[in-house]
Design a protein around this ligand. Structure first.
Ligand SMILES: [Zn+2]
Length: 439
């Protein structure tokens, strides 16, 4: 108990010091991608006040020229600046580790989970991801973490979180792999529901617990330890009830969906996005376009579990079978979505992969046919749009949050550069600035 409190106090102190250094800031940017998807501008001066970009001028303007008194100046004339990256699918409260005790959830308190997550949050922010959407983690852990970030008590990205999944009993979001009375005791949480009315109740309870967005498991999933396949698990009536209730309460809905029937039923019911979308077909494409639904492809999750099948002999057979079925389909689903110009927003499912490796998704997107420019748009403007936060984040126009990252060289030529972010500012506070230019 005491050790935990001390650790938190120490973190609080270091982060608070950075935060309270907040005076107005001038940034000189060599190349600035103000609006992803458009041409970057050369030699710009950005003025940051109270965490926001308030003006951008061509050329390098001095404080005197801009009639400013007390400003910090950050010189990034040798760098390429772009908006902070946005990951639409992470799980900050855990990280898969084939070597860890698989039953540790039985011994850990909620506070253990939260403390374990602190480095995950820091790594994510250090990697240049200034905003994330957390799609599933106990409400007892993820919302306190989000509040601590907002209070500048701990270091991490801005978090929009789902909290507990909405799932059918025995569905992908429920607990599996133990005797029945154990799973009864530790069942999937607030969001387990059966029947339309019960699912309305679950949505209301999850929102009451603090959810910014509703995450549903419309179909089976790969990493639940049950040989139940990846077909539709919530009924059409349940899906409609969930979406209607969430939208009335001002929350978007995103559906974990692999199987074709579940993807199509979820889109018809009006969800705002589909996670994974592995078995999408022609009809799905038509539905995506008709409803303006987003796809969050999570290619990195597919690549990560495919590798784990080869290296982890302890992976349960029910999971191995589903990995072999589903992972190879993710590339063709992505290519098809791209070809038909479906809305695509960047998401990694980090937690399945290591936190802080989020930018590996870019390389996969480009390998499977996106231009680097399209990949950057998916992690900035498109993600902001899907979050409903396009007035605050996603580009560097005046009025937006000062979420700014920098790399050396042009990421629109070489997307791999996004794994070498050397400067990270979130809401006007500098969290990373490596001045040695060895990379
Ligand atoms: Zn996930």
């Amino acid at each position: 108990m005491k050790t935990a409190a001390l650790t938190l106090n120490f973190l609080a102190l270091t982060v608070a010091l950075a935060a309270y250094g907040q005076v107005d800031t001038l940034i000189y940017g060599g190349t600035v991608l103000v609006t992803p998807g458009e041409k970057p501008l050369q030699a710009q001066t950005l003025l940051i006040e109270k965490g926001q970009i308030v003006r951008i001028d061509s050329g390098y303007k001095s404080a005197l020229e801009l009639e400013l008194n007390d400003v910090d100046v950050i010189d990034l004339k040798d760098s390429y600046l772009l908006p902070g990256l946005i990951d639409m699918h992470v799980h900050l409260t855990f990280e898969r580790d084939p070597n860890a005790n698989p039953h540790r959830w039985l011994t850990q308190e909620d506070a253990d989970q939260a403390l374990t997550a602190l480095p995950y949050l820091a790594r994510t922010l250090n990697a240049g991801f200034t905003t994330v959407r957390d799609l599933g983690g106990s409400y007892k852990v993820i919302f306190p973490l989000k509040r601590a970030v907002n209070a500048h008590t701990i270091k991490g990205p801005r978090i929009f979180a789902a909290g507990d999944f909405i799932s059918a009993s025995g569905g992908h979001g429920d607990l599996h792999g133990y005797r029945h009375d154990v799973t009864e005791l530790f069942t999937g949480g607030l969001g387990i529901c059966n029947g339309a009315d019960d699912c309305r109740r679950a949505v209301r309870e999850v929102i009451k617990s603090g959810a910014d967005v509703i995450k549903i498991t419309a179909t089976g999933g790969v990493l639940s330890n049950t040989a139940a396949g990846v077909k539709q698990q919530l009924t059409d009536a349940e899906l409609r009830a969930i979406v209607e209730t969430a939208h009335r309460l001002g929350r978007k809905v995103t559906a974990h969906a692999h199987g074709t029937d579940g993807i199509n039923a979820a889109i018809r019911a009006g969800v705002d996005s589909i996670e994974h979308g592995s078995y999408l077909n022609k009809e799905s494409i038509t539905l995506f376009k008709k409803h303006g639904t987003y796809l969050v492809p999570t290619l990195l999750a597919g690549a990560t579990v495919t590798e784990e099948v080869l290296t982890n002999p302890a992976m349960p057979p029910a999971i191995v079978d589903k990995v072999k079925q589903v992972a190879p389909l993710m590339e063709s689903a992505f290519r098809s979505a791209l070809k038909h110009r479906i809305n695509i927003a960047f998401g990694t499912d980090s937690g399945v992969s290591k936190h802080g490796d989020n930018s590996k998704e870019f390389a996969l997107m480009v390998r499977y046919g996106m231009t680097p420019q399209q990949a950057i748009v998916s992690a900035t403007r498109s993600a902001a749009q899907l979050l409903g936060q396009q007035n605050r984040i996603g580009d560097l126009e005046p009025g937006k949050y000062a979420d700014i990252i920098a790399v050396k060289g042009d990421p629109e030529q070489n997307i791999q550069l996004l794994s070498k972010v050397h400067f990270v500012m979130k809401e006007g506070v500098v969290y990373k600035h490596e001045k040695s230019h060895s990379d």
